[in-house]
Ligand binder design. Sequence first.
Ligand SMILES: [Zn+2]
Ligand SMILES: [Zn+2]
Length: 163
Amino acid sequence: MTTKPTTCRQCGAVFNRTRHVAFYCSKVCAVVGRLDKSGPCWLWTGSKNSMGYGNLGFEGKGHYAHRIMFEDAHGSAEGGVVCHRCDTPLCCNPDHLFLGTQADNLKDMRTKNRHFTKITAEDVLSMRSLRGKITLKEMAQRFGVSFGCVNDIIYKKTWKHLL
Ligand SMILES: [Zn+2]
Ligand SMILES: [Zn+2]
C-alpha cells in the first residue's frame, strides 16, 4: 500500500493518505467535513442507507455518521443503538443523540410515527397506491418509517380521513 502525506480537508492535520483514507485524517473529520450545520440539526450530506441513516466508508469499513459523532462526544456506544431525539436520521449533532437499546429505538420510532412527524398526505396516498405491488416491509423501508406505521396507514387505522 502506498502512502502519501496529505492535508486533512477538515482540520488541516497532515496524515498519510492510503487507498481507504483519502481526504480526512480521522473518522470524525470525515463526518464533520460533510455536515450541513446551517440549522440546529447537523445534517449529513454524504450517502445514506435504506433506513435513511448517513453512512461512510473509512479504513475499509462502513460506519454510521451519527454514531461516530456520538462516540466522539460521549464515548463508546458499544452494545447500544444511537437514537435521535430530533427524529432526523441524517442529523449528527451529538446534543440530539442518545444511547438506547434496539428495543428503545423501535419503540421510539413507533411512538414518533404515531405523531406523523414525517409522513405527509402525499406519502399516505402513494403508500396506498403501492398496496399489493410491493410488501409492507418494502414500503416501510422506502418511506423510512416502521412496519407498524405502514400497516396502520394501509389498513386505515391512521389517516382515516384520506381515502
Ligand atoms: Zn482531520
Ligand atoms: Zn437533530
